[in-house]
Design a binder for this molecule. Structure first.
Ligand code: G6P
Length: 611
């Protein structure tokens, strides 16, 4: 959470930082701020989106070749001007931005209060900054040294960037647990939470590692560990185009990303799946194929939408590979002292690759001897680096806060892993294997066909936009799609929605059903179809409004439904990649019809780097 941007070089820092903050707004958007050196340390902060800050700063002299900026997702203290970053040290010498949580901040704060420090915000950041400031003053040392000493006492996660009034040619940054990328230009450096603010200036980047401190000057980047030993910066070339992070004519990133899915699923399969040759090539998975095949169990660990992808994968792996699968919320798994035996395989699923709970969960499991496979979208991210092996989802940057294209790409990758393992293990016969390869190859085309029915979904959104609650029901492979449909609607439209296994609905949610409740059934033709129809009858008998997602010619569902959305037929294992798309579109259009900011829903953030 929180986005950080900083610049040092020959250009004007303000426009670079402002643009960068807009790109990082998906990470948090309750307040924003910038600090510059312009005849002294100047700090500007404003509650609300980055545009509010921009408006506030119009007409001001913002000249500076160095600066730091922050867009916030509140943890300690409500969203307000005073809690916004950057914070200023009591001495007035330093300003600092921070992404993460300082867990022992209360103790550090008490020590500082005892020394007479007064705090002007409720944040843990102001505490850490004054802790650094205090060390610097007492030891009369270089700020870099003060940062190092301070961080040895800090418990928690952080990326910090420090701007020093006395050193207009140096920024100091440090990282543990939260992401930090440094773009290396000619006589200039760019710092950011991800590469999107950097991409238009340079493609050469350094991913800072945990427990590293960076001392950044226009022409120099020094990395050191907390033991003050120099580390060699490893320069990586960014494989990303600017167009990938722009809206490209769409009203919202979310819509653009939904429409990108034929291409992103294709990109995910490309170079891996060859249905004609009957092969899947995934080098990371190949390397650990024996261990996966022989694993007693696979544990999928994830959060949010990625957790739903894990649930679909549970059904697929158990069916094709006959391996026991458990799907865990990373936040529960990491604290529960789970039983992990050497040889257990953990599959970590994450779009951002930075979700704190997922990252720590896999680190814990790794230390107990588990094999970690990462199914991650962001190349070079922390989870991908913490994994033994894995497969990237190659969906390109996902900017809309609600995940869409990352989900279908995760399903594509997880399906390919299951196909590979099942076939090698012999639990999946050759004929079915080849048939599934062909069907998987055809999915991008089917998604493209499905996206043509967008106008119909727009009309449905108009019709149902004022509902108070929604129920989403599905069975088997489509049960996680019901959960995902409900999650999308909650996130984007703020309508209360619940996803449930269609049969389990009888044990509670059925009490909610009356003529005002829209009930979405994911009812594509599969081995559960007849059972789903019975559940539809049960809702209809209680006058619920049935919206069903079906395949062409499903007369039984049509007769029971108020509205239907038709999706192309596919093997039941692959059906979620299709049936989830109307769920994404329905949530999107209801959000738009209610006049909401669908790309930045209230209280949410895209990359959750706090636990
Ligand atoms: C946040 C996002 C969700 C996402 C979840 C997990 O809650 O808003 O869209 O599904 O984090 O994120 P990850 O990057 O690990 O997939």
């Amino acid at each position: 959470m929180c986005g950080i941007v900083a610049y040092i070089g020959q250009r004007e820092a303000y426009p670079i930082i402002l643009k960068g903050l807009k790109r990082l707004e998906y990470r948090g958007y309750d307040s924003a701020g910038i600090a510059l050196l312009n005849g002294g340390l100047k700090v500007y902060k404003k509650k609300g989106k980055v545009a509010n800050l921009e408006e506030e700063l119009q007409g001001k002299d913002l000249h500076s070749n160095i600066g730091i900026g922050h867009t916030r997702w509140a943890t300690h203290g409500e969203p307000s001007d005073r809690n916004a970053h950057p914070h200023t040290a009591a001495s007035g010498r330093f300003a600092m931005i921070h992404n993460g949580i300082i867990e022992n901040y209360a103790q550090l704060k008490q020590e500082l209060v005892n020394k007479g420090y007064v705090f002007h915000s409720d944040t843990d950041t102001e505490v850490l900054l004054n802790f650094i400031d205090d060390i610097q003053k007492n030891n009369n040392c270089e700020p870099e040294e003060a940062v190092r000493i301070a961080l040895k006492r800090v418990v928690g996660a952080y990326v910090i960037v420090l701007l020093d009034r006395e050193n207009p040619e140096t920024l100091i940054a440090a990282r543990k647990g939260s992401p930090l990328v440094i773009g290396v230009g000619k006589n200039e450096h760019f710092l950011a939470s991800d590469a999107s603010p950097i991409i238009e200036y340079t493609k050469e980047v350094v991913y800072v590692n945990d427990y590293e401190i960076a001392i950044i000057r226009p022409d120099e980047l020094i990395l050191k560990n907390l033991g003050n030993e120099r580390q060699t910066p490893f320069i990586t070339k960014l494989d990303m185009e600017l167009a990938a992070i722009e809206k490209g004519g769409y009203d919202h990133f979310m819509l653009k990303e939904i429409f990108e899915q034929p291409q992103t699923i294709y990109d995910c399969l490309r170079g891996r799946l060859d249905a004609t040759a009957g092969t899947i090539t995934m080098s990371g998975v190949e390397k650990y194929a024996e261990q996966i095949m022989n694993a007693n169990r696979i544990v999928m660990v994830a959060c949010g939408t990625s957790w739903h992808a894990g649930l679909v994968a549970e059904y697929i792996f158990e069916e094709l590979c006959r391996i026991n699968v458990e799907v865990e919320y990373a936040s529960e798994f990491r604290y529960r002292n789970p039983v992990i035996n050497p040889g257990d395989v953990i599959i970590a699923i994450s779009q951002s690759g930075e979700t704190a709970d997922t990252l720590v969960a896999i680190e814990n499991a790794k230390s107990k001897g588990a094999i970690i496979l990462g199914v991650v979208n962001v190349v070079g991210s922390s989870i991908s680096r913490a994994s033994h092996a894995g497969a990237y989802t190659h969906a390109g940057p996902e900017i809309g806060v609600a995940s869409t294209k990352a989900f279908t790409a995760q399903l594509a990758v997880l399906t390919m892993i299951a196909l590979t393992i099942g076939y090698k293990k012999g639990t999946l016969g050759q004929q079915r294997y080849l048939q599934l390869l062909k069907e998987l190859e055809a999915i991008p085309e089917k998604v493209a066909t499905l996206l043509q029915s967008v106008d119909q979904i727009k009309n449905l959104a108009e019709k149902y936009k004022d509902a108070q609650d929604f129920l989403y029901l599905g069975r088997g492979y489509n049960f996680p799609v019901a959960l995902e449909g409900a999650l999308k609607l909650k996130e984007i439209s703020y309508i209360h929605a619940e996803g449930y296994p269609a049969a389990e609905m009888k044990h509670g949610p059925i009490a909610l059903v009356d003529e005002s409740l829209p009930v979405v059934f994911i009812a594509t033709k599969d081995s559960y179809h007849e059972k789903v129809i019975s559940n539809m009858q049960e809702i209809k008998a209680r006058k619920g409004m049935v919206i069903s997602v079906i395949n062409e010619g499903d007369e039984q569902s049509i007769a029971l439904s108020n509205d239907v959305i038709v999706v192309p037929e596919a093997d039941e294992i692959l059906a979620p990649m299709l049936s989830v798309i109307p769920m994404q579109l329905l949530a999107y259009y209801i959000g738009v019809a209610r006049g909401l900011d669908v790309d930045k829903p209230r209280n949410l953030a895209k990359s959750v780097t706090v636990e």
